[in-house]
Design a protein around this ligand. Structure first.
Ligand code: DX5
Ligand code: ZN
Length: 213
């Protein structure tokens, strides 16, 4: 299991140290939550801060867009060379075109599904994706309760992925910790995002390792 700590739960007054600590603690990816105050009722960080993160990070960035104007934000963040950019299917009229745009930048495209969005919605996009992110909370805030229906959803998605694009990864985001990591692993999940669980632990390294099963 790969682990992507979400910096939403980091101490932003000490962001530099926090990024170093999760990279040294063995994080596989750095999960960056970009919220625009429109698609979700919260506002986070833009390219100026993410650029500062990128300079310190020794692990690749996983940018999760929770925004209304995906194309604008892809153009804004692409120069920072993240490994992944993911966008919400609920907010995109032309997902196929946007996937190609992200790939043309040399970035791995990923699509995010809210808890209510069926996996079948993206069946015809799977062959062009490197990762699918399943939300296990309603997007907008860290520290929320895990919605367990995501387990069944991950299993369904895994079956579809095995048919068309077995290299495509499944990522789960929201309320992940040591209580649900085994179920996620059994369901075929490849990457977990963990904000609250990692950043409230006295040892980031221990928290990260406990999820790398
Ligand atoms: C929620 C974000 C998540 C969040 C996860 O909208 O996408 O990445 O920070 O935080 P925890 O692990 O605390 O639920
Ligand atoms: Zn996220």
């Amino acid at each position: 299991m790969l682990v992507a700590p979400s910096i939403l739960s980091a101490d932003f007054g000490r962001l530099n140290e926090e990024i170093r600590a999760i990279c040294d603690g063995g994080a596989d990816l750095i999960h960056v939550d970009v919220m625009d105050g429109h698609f979700v009722p919260n506002l986070t960080i833009g390219p100026v801060v993410v650029n500062a993160v990128a300079k310190v990070a020794t692990k690749p960035l996983d940018i999760h867009l929770m925004v209304e104007n995906n194309t604008f934000f892809v153009d804004l963040f692409a120069p920072l060379k993240p490994k992944y950019i993911s966008f919400h299917i609920e907010e995109e009229k032309h997902p196929h075109r946007l996937i190609q745009k992200i790939r043309d930048y040399g970035i791995s495209p990923a699509i995010v599904l809210n808890p209510h969005t069926p996996v079948e919605t993206i069946e015809y996009l799977l062959e062009d994706l490197d990762m699918v992110l399943l939300m296990s909370v309603n997007p907008g805030f860290g520290g929320q309760k895990f919605i367990p229906t995501v387990i069944e959803k991950a299993k369904r998605l895994k079956k579809l992925i095995e048919k068309v694009n077995p290299k495509c990864l499944i990522e789960v985001d929201g309320g992940v910790g040591d209580k649900n990591i085994c179920l996620l692993k059994e369901a075929g999940v490849d990457v977990v995002v963990a904000g609250n669980y990692v950043f409230t632990n006295a040892s980031y390294e221990k928290a990260i390792k406990s999820l790398q099963i």
